[in-house]
Design a protein around this ligand. Structure first.
Ligand SMILES: O=C(O)CCC(=O)C(=O)O
Length: 270
């Protein structure tokens, strides 16, 4: 597959294939800051006794999940707002979306593939008729098949119900290799999993930024989760991205009655 290089090409690939890789988004000091932020967040999670192995999601404790990042380092706040990131998200979700969660999966040698899933199922019951969510995987290390690159099932962003998936799917998945600093963006309907890390000594760290259409309830209750001093220092656009001020009152779903015109508007349009 050729690399989509313009926003239009990326939007098209996301629509047609259900995913796209954008190489080299974070480099140099930005990438270093994200890695530093993750190390700090991991230390904090350990010292607070947070559970890093998510039983029922991952197979063994070689998959280390860090669930709280946003308040741990400014690099994360900058990252979720970064222009390339927002352009990618808008290309799937349009203008009205929220950050549902921001976490990390550190896949250590010996980690196994988690269950096959799409990400919309975490926030929305089937049928999944439109890409009401998009997940961005921000690679902090090079990832390839050996160290557990994310794997996806081709064509599965067209599955609308759970029973369109089968036990055989994992075998038919394809890895998405990506270099450190790249973003792998996925349509929330695409079925995927983490790859097994078969390397001897190559951990694979990714940040997972999941964005949802703004009528969906976010996985994290940001208002309750973030410490007051952190919330107080957020930019207004970041407050909006986290749904801190308006609740769901900003949601209009595009219906004509709210637009003040007689023109019908497709509520599912993006
Ligand atoms: O770690 C990966 O490659 C994928 C993680 C994932 O799909 C998830 O946590 O939902």
């Amino acid at each position: 597959m050729t690399i989509a290089s313009s926003l239009e090409e990326r939007t098209l690939q996301l629509r047609e294939e259900g995913w796209v890789t954008v190489p080299g988004v974070f480099t140099g000091s930005q990438l270093d800051a994200l890695r530093e932020g993750l190390a700090i967040a991991l230390d904090a999670a350990r010292s607070e006794g947070q559970i890093l192995f998510r039983e029922g999601v991952d197979v063994n404790d070689r998959s280390v999940r860090v669930l709280h990042l946003l308040d741990q380092h400014p690099a994360f706040r900058d990252m979720v707002e970064y222009r390339t990131v927002r352009d990618l998200v808008s290309s799937v979700l349009g203008a009205h979306y929220l950050l549902s969660s921001l976490s990390a999966n550190i896949s250590l040698p010996g980690s196994e593939s988690m269950g096959m899933h799409n990400d919309l199922m975490a926030v929305l019951p089937e049928p999944w008729l439109a890409p009401y969510g998009t997940n961005l995987f921000i690679c902090l290390d090079d990832m390839d098949e050996e160290n557990g690159a994310t794997r996806y099932l081709p064509g599965s962003h067209r599955f609308t119900t759970n029973d369109m998936a089968s036990d055989d799917d994992l075998r038919r998945t394809v890895p998405i290799p990506a270099s450190a600093g790249s973003i792998v963006a996925m349509d929330g309907r695409l079925w995927h999993t983490s790859g097994a890390n078969r390397s001897a000594d190559r951990p694979r760290r990714i940040l997972i930024a999941f964005y949802v259409a703004s009528f969906i309830r976010t996985q994290y209750n940001w208002g309750a989760l973030l410490p007051e001093p952190v919330k107080g220092a957020l930019s207004s656009s970041l407050r909006q991205l986290l749904g801190l001020d308006e609740g769901n009152m900003g949601v209009r779903l595009g219906y004509a009655a709210f637009s003040g015109t007689k023109q019908g508007v497709d509520p599912h349009a993006h």
